[in-house]
Design a protein around this ligand. Structure first.
Ligand SMILES: Nc1ncnc2c1ncn2[C@@H]1O[C@H](COP(=O)(O)OP(=O)(O)OP(=O)(O)O)[C@@H](O)[C@H]1O
Ligand SMILES: [Mg+2]
Length: 242
C-alpha cells in the first residue's frame, strides 16, 4: 500500500449555492502515520473527515488504501476505515454495549459468537468491559465516547478517522487512549482541539484555516503558537492570526 489516505486537490461545499468550506486540499497520509488535524471552530476538520468517506460531496480525488473513492467503491472502502463521530451518540445503534461494538465485526462478515469474543480485549483496553450489558444511551458522555472508539478500533482497520476522540475523556482516559492509539500499527487522522492529546498521539500536525492547509509539519509548538488565539501579556487580549 502506498498511502492510507490521499486527497488530491479536493474542494468541498455542502450545497451548490454554499461557499466552499475546503478548497484545493492535497494531503497524503502514509500507512501507519499518525496525523493531528487542527484548526479553529468551523475551519473544516469534521467536513474533511466526512469527505474522506464520501459523506459530503466533493470535487477532486480521494483515495483510501490506494482505492479511489466513488459511488461504486464507497461501501467497500468504509470497511477499511474506523470512524469516530464527534457526537458518539450518532454511531451507537444497539440496545447494549457489547452488541453495538460487535456489530462492526458482524457487518464485515464475522460470525456473531466470534465477534462477541473479539470485542472483549478492546473493551478491556478502553476500560468499558464492565459496561457490556448496559444500554449505551444511559452511559455518561465519556463512557459513550470510549464505547464508540472501541467500535472504531475493533476491526483493526488500516485507517482511523477520529473526530475529537479525547473531548469527553478524563485525564487518565486521555493518557491511556493516546497510549493505545500509539501502540497500533495504523494510520490515523485525528481532528482535535486538544494539543496535549495531539502531542501524545501524533508526530505530524496539519492546520486548517480559511479552507486550506495553512500548516503541515512536525512541530506542535510552532503551530500552536502561530495559529491558536494567544493571550498577549501586555493587554490580556486574545490574538487570532489568520
Ligand atoms: N451540514 C452542513 N451544511 C452546511 N454547512 C455546514 C454543514 N456542516 C458544517 N457546515 C459548515 O462548514 C464549515 C466547517 O464546519 P466543520 O464542522 O467541518 O468545522 P470544524 O473544524 O469541525 O469545527 P469544530 O472545531 O467546531 O468541530 C462551517 O462553516 C460550518 O458552518
Ligand atoms: Mg468538528
Amino acid at each position: 500500500m502506498k498511502s492510507a489516505l490521499s486527497f488530491c486537490n479536493v474542494s468541498v461545499r455542502y450545497r451548490p449555492q454554499d461557499p466552499f468550506v475546503l478548497t484545493g486540499i492535497s494531503l497524503d497520509i502514509a500507512p501507519g502515520e499518525r496525523v493531528a488535524l487542527l484548526g479553529l471552530n468551523g475551519s473544516g476538520k469534521t467536513t474533511l473527515l466526512y469527505a474522506a468517506v464520501g459523506l459530503v460531496p466533493f470535487d477532486g480525488c480521494i483515495s483510501i488504501c490506494d482505492v479511489e473513492l466513488s459511488r461504486a467503491t464507497e461501501r467497500s472502502i468504509r470497511d477499511h476505515v474506523g470512524f469516530l463521530f464527534g457526537i458518539p451518540e450518532d454511531q451507537i445503534l444497539f440496545p447494549n454495549v457489547l452488541d453495538d461494538i460487535a456489530f462492526t465485526l458482524e457487518r464485515r462478515g464475522v460470525p456473531r459468537v466470534e465477534a462477541r469474543q473479539r470485542v472483549l480485549p478492546v473493551m478491556k483496553r478502553l476500560g468499558v468491559e464492565d459496561l457490556a450489558a448496559r444500554p449505551p444511551h444511559r452511559l455518561s458522555h465519556g463512557q459513550m465516547q470510549r464505547v464508540a472508539l472501541a467500535g472504531a478500533l475493533v476491526s483493526n482497520p488500516p485507517l482511523l478517522l477520529l473526530d475529537e476522540p479525547s473531548a469527553a475523556l478524563d485525564p487518565v482516559g486521555k493518557k491511556e487512549t493516546a497510549e493505545l492509539l500509539v501502540s497500533l500499527n495504523t494510520a490515523m487522522l485525528i481532528a482535535t482541539h486538544d494539543l496535549d492529546f495531539a502531542r501524545l498521539t501524533c508526530n505530524r500536525f496539519v492546520v486548517l484555516a480559511n479552507g486550506i492547509i495553512a500548516q503541515d509539519g512536525s512541530s506542535p509548538e510552532r503551530i500552536a503558537r502561530y495559529w491558536y488565539p494567544q493571550t498577549d501579556n501586555t493587554n490580556g487580549q486574545a490574538i487570532r492570526k489568520t
